[in-house]
Design a protein around this ligand. Structure first.
Ligand code: NAD
Length: 505
């Protein structure tokens, strides 16, 4: 057994007006290592007064932050990306301890967020307005992309580095101030990133952090001084946040749950396809919003199912910090019970269990929340394992005869987050990308998360709101367009009389 780096028992601090402070709340929750059940920290559920103080600090800081030159804001991001890179290994250790994913995957989590920070270093070219000279005699029209004010972010447990970094760097580099509410299940690695942001020079009040659950989230959604809310998490909570914050006049983006399919055509490269399927279904113990949940085998590709199962059998289930681990634990005992309940439902509803990960034993980590790779075939669309997001290492297989059937199946599913297609035919790929109603499409790519100069997109039940996180869409989300139409009179201009009709230009 590898030695676990000892993580000091820590309380997650609030960050209010530049100060990391201990909450005065009576309500605390343990932060638990999902491989060992060791308590590694405690997180407060902040009081209403503390949430209000964080919002007030952000409101007070906005006046001067929005006037801070854009290059100065970008230079802080330049420093932040340097600090994150330098501290990546240390953050990954804490992330693995509190979230469970493998160390390599934890570094990937940080790296994906870091790339957004790198992109934030060049926001100047994205926050440019437009200008048309001479829309009428002596009249010019131009736009300003101005920051909104105080924005808030609410993040899920599965990417405690990447998703907070989707939000606060882009929001504050555009001139907004921010209140972040990290997942209460694994806030410690997020807090390390926040500490680096303060070290990088983010001024007091520009970035604030409160911890908690529904009460804190609802306060953010309803507070008069919050202008915009970014949410990433489950569909039920995301819909609640979207509706509540929308009713209170806020701009909202909700990125939510998923049921991602991959279509396997019989002309695909078999070895590459099967490797990709196994990695996408079982990596991060299936706890990615872009994890593969359903493999749709078209025509003769169904003959590869047994090989897929054999590959999945080779995956090593172990604690995330152990070398060569493929599948770490799921986040909590509750999450494990939910995954097992869904697997049991698949058996009861008549799916064929080709690989059963329910009774996996991990030596040295007997109390960890482990579930091994699980594969069902003969799945139909009425089964719970097809209808519900499992968020565990469970792959369902459905066989169809044609590409058209595969597309119809996927477009009828309520979720629209990610999809993949494996083929060697450009014509098939082109038809697929045109007809499929999913936000992120991978062609021979199983987890097509866009790089930060594009934006994360979702469709139907996976997203509410028009604009996605990071990239150009995030700049639009975090800014308000103001249109100026101006006339400067020259002395030589004729002075006209009063005109009461709309101008004919
Ligand atoms: P979750 O919805 O339980 O929690 C997300 C956030 O909402 C947390 O900060 C939590 O404290 C808060 N919250 C929880 N219950 C609440 C309530 N009743 N009212 C108000 N706030 C509440 O999600 P999770 O389990 O942390 O994360 C997993 C989910 O996130 C999955 O559904 C996954 O697909 C989704 N996800 C989506 C994306 C995406 O981009 N579409 C990315 C990552 C994760």
């Amino acid at each position: 057994m590898n030695t676990i780096q000892k993580i000091e028992l820590e309380t997650a601090k609030l960050l209010i007006n530049g100060n990391f402070i201990e909450s005065e709340t009576q309500e605390w929750q343990d932060i638990i290592n999902p491989a060992t059940q060791e308590v590694i920290g405690r997180v407060p559920f902040a009081t209403v007064e503390e949430v209000d103080a964080a919002i007030q600090a952000a409101q007070d800081a906005f006046a001067s932050w929005r006037q801070t030159p854009i290059q100065a804001r970008m230079r802080i991001m330049l420093k932040l990306q340097d600090l994150i890179r330098a501290n990546m290994k240390e953050i990954a250790q804490v992330l693995t301890a509190e979230q469970g994913k493998t160390l390599a995957d934890a570094e990937g989590d940080i790296q994906r967020g870091l790339e957004v920070v790198e992109h934030a270093c060049s926001v100047g070219t994205l926050q440019m307005g437009e200008y048309v000279e001479g829309v009428a005699r002596g009249v010019d029209t131009y736009t300003l992309q101005q920051p909104l004010g105080v924005c808030a972010g609410i993040t899920p447990f599965n990417f405690p580095a990447m998703i907070p970094l989707w939000m606060f760097p882009m929001a504050i580099v555009c001139g907004n101030t921010f209140v972040l509410k990290p997942s209460e299940q694994d806030p410690l690695s997020t807090m390390m990133l926040v500490e680096l942001a303060i070290q990088a020079g983010v001024p007091a009040g520009v970035l604030n952090v409160v911890h908690g659950g529904k009460e804190v989230v609802d306060r953010l959604c309803t507070h008069k001084d919050i202008k915009a809310i970014s949410f990433v998490g489950s569909t039920a909570v995301g819909t609640h946040v979207y509706n509540l914050a929308g009713q209170h006049g806020k701009r909202v983006q909700s990125m939510m749950g998923a049921k991602n399919h991959v279509v396997v055509m019989p002309d695909a490269n078999k070895e590459q396809t099967l490797n990709a399927l196994v990695g996408a279904a079982f990596g991060a113990a299936g706890q990615r919003c872009m994890a593969l949940s359903v493999a749709v085998m078209v025509g003769d590709s169904k003959q590869w199912i047994q090989e897929l199962v054999e590959k999945a059998k080779t995956l090593k289930v172990n604690a995330g910090h152990e070398p060569n681990t493929d599948i770490g634990p799921v986040i909590s005992k509750r999450a494990k019970a939910r995954v097992l309940d869904l697997i049991n439902s698949g058996v009861e509803q008549g799916a064929e269990l080709l690989l059963d990960g329910r009774d996996v034993q991990v030596q040295g980590y007997e109390s960890g929340n482990f579930v091994g790779a699980t594969i069902f075939s003969g799945v139909n669309t009425d089964m719970r394992i097809y209808k519900e997001e499992i968020f565990g290492p469970v792959l369902s297989i459905i066989c169809v005869d044609t590409l058209d059937e595969a597309i119809a199946l996927i477009n009828a599913n309520p979720f629209g987050n990610g999809v993949g297609l494996f083929t060697q035919s450009g014509a098939i790929a082109r038809t697929f990308q045109n007809l499929i109603d999913i936000g992120q499409v991978g062609i021979n790519i199983p987890i097509p998360v866009p790089v930060p100069f594009f934006s994360f997109t979702g469709s139907r039940g996976s997203k509410l709101g028009d604009l996605g996180p990071y990239g150009k869409q995030a700049v639009q989300f975090y800014t308000q367009t103001k249109t100026i139409t101006s006339r400067w009179f020259e002395d030589s201009h004729e002075v006209g009389g009063v005109n009461t009709t709309i101008s004919l230009r």
